[in-house]
Design a protein around this ligand. Structure first.
Ligand SMILES: Cc1ncc(COP(=O)(O)O)c(C=O)c1O
Length: 391
């Protein structure tokens, strides 16, 4: 057997939320709800029939101009001032994050994140050798006071200052929290003062179930300190693999030059551009939000019925729910038992930059229907009781 000499980033295989156990109810991964995948047959057919030279060819590194214009208009509707020259099309938001890391991060550089944060983002940033400055959240979102105190301390001690801040300000994955407008503005001020760039990852913004939208962090940015990452994965379909970065032309041009794969599929981009044009995508988002709200309600109700010991923060949009089991519970053990009972959930451990075991469970209500959500939480409740009786 060959003893492969792996790079450090590939030494550990880790857990994948994309591989699922047959028969188990999937509550650990933000997959799209299958009955509401968009119908793209007409757009796909037209793309290959009318534009084969575009759809089936290598495309421009920055992305198709029509799509860049649609994305600029989409962001503009939320108060972001940008034009085509500010938009880079990518293979989804994760790829945009990877490209931003390629452009900014040297091994050992610090990135500011919330504690907890989006687990896959941590993996991507770790691959670039990033280290983390983790900051708490409260009901108003990112704790900017803690951040400021930590930054001042670093400065006083003459330590390396962070280069980037990564956050999911709307319906945060995993906590579901939305950062207030005042805190968003404060983040921009701190970025300007301390010289870091904010990566605003915002896949869930349009999936709001109640309450008023808060302007994007990017809308407070006049000096070019925010790069907004977006995607159609949660509002259309993740299989399209179309996302974007919006930032200063100088930065997105550099990110484009870091693409090692020939760029995103023009075929998929054309489909998305056509869906974004006109009202079709907006109608789809309305329908999807109403469905996700039903899923959220079913999950919250099921927790009340089957796992009242857990403290649940009710998200007002998005795909994820964050549940705290009683302090001291080994959430990873509960997740393992839950899998035996036929429910896949994630322990919150992977969402913490320091990777410590904890008592939180992350659940997604996006993929399965309300009956399966209820049954999945019932199984999780059984798993918790089995764990408690043997602990
Ligand atoms: C915070 C966040 N960012 C990005 C993504 C998805 O990114 P992509 O566009 O690469 O599918 C997810 C999916 O779960 C997410 O929760």
């Amino acid at each position: 057997m060959t003893a492969y000499r792996y790079a450090r980033r590939a030494e550990v295989l880790g857990e994948s939320v994309y591989d699922h156990t047959p028969g188990a109810i999937v509550l650990n991964s933000g997959l799209a709800y299958p009955p509401l995948l968009p119908d793209v047959v007409r757009e796909a057919m037209e793309a290959v029939r009318d534009r084969p030279g575009e759809s089936l060819q290598y495309g421009p590194l920055m992305g198709l101009d029509n799509l860049r214009d649609e994305i600029a208009a989409f962001a503009g509707a939320d108060g972001v001032t940008c034009g085509r020259e500010n938009v880079l099309v990518t293979h989804g938001a994760k790829s945009a994050l990877d490209l931003a890391c390629r452009v900014f991060v040297e091994p050992g550089d610090r990135i500011i994140v919330t504690r907890p944060t989006y687990m896959t983002a941590l993996q991507i940033m770790r691959c670039h050798g990033a280290t983390f400055l983790d900051v708490g959240q409260d009901e108003e979102g990112f704790d900017t006071e803690e951040l400021e105190a930590r930054l001042m301390l670093l400065r006083r001690n003459g330590e390396r200052m962070p280069k980037l801040l990564f956050d999911v300000p709307d319906f945060h994955n995993p906590t579901g929290i939305t950062t207030s407008a005042a805190r968003r503005q404060r983040l921009v001020e701190l970025a300007e003062r301390h010289g870091f760039v904010i990566l605003e990852d915002d896949p869930y913004r349009r999936l709001r179930f109640e309450g008023e939208p808060v302007p994007p962090v990017k809308s407070f940015d006049s000096g070019g300190v925010v790069i907004a990452l977006g995607t159609v994965s949660k509002i259309l379909a993740p299989g399209l693999r179309v996302g974007w970065a919006i930032g200063p032309g100088e930065v997105v041009d550099r990110m484009a030059m870091q693409k090692a794969d020939g760029g995103s599929s023009p075929f998929a981009q054309r489909i998305v551009a056509e869906l974004m044009r006109g009202n079709e995508m907006a109608r789809h988002i309305d329908e999807l939000s109403a469905e996700m709200r039903r899923h959220r309600d079913a999950m919250v109700e099921a927790f009340g019925d089957f796992l009242p010991e857990a403290e649940v923060r009710v998200p007002r949009g998005g795909y994820f729910l964050w549940a705290a089991l009683p302090e001291g519970t080994d959430a990873e053990a509960v997740a393992r038992i839950a899998l035996r009972h036929g429910a896949e959930v994630s322990s919150g451990r992977l969402c913490y930059p320091n990777d410590v075991p904890g008592h939180h469970i992350r659940l997604a209500y996006s993929f399965v229907d309300v009956e399966a959500i209820r049954e999945g939480v019932r199984r999780l409740g059984d798993a918790y009781r089995e764990y408690s009786s043997s602990a």
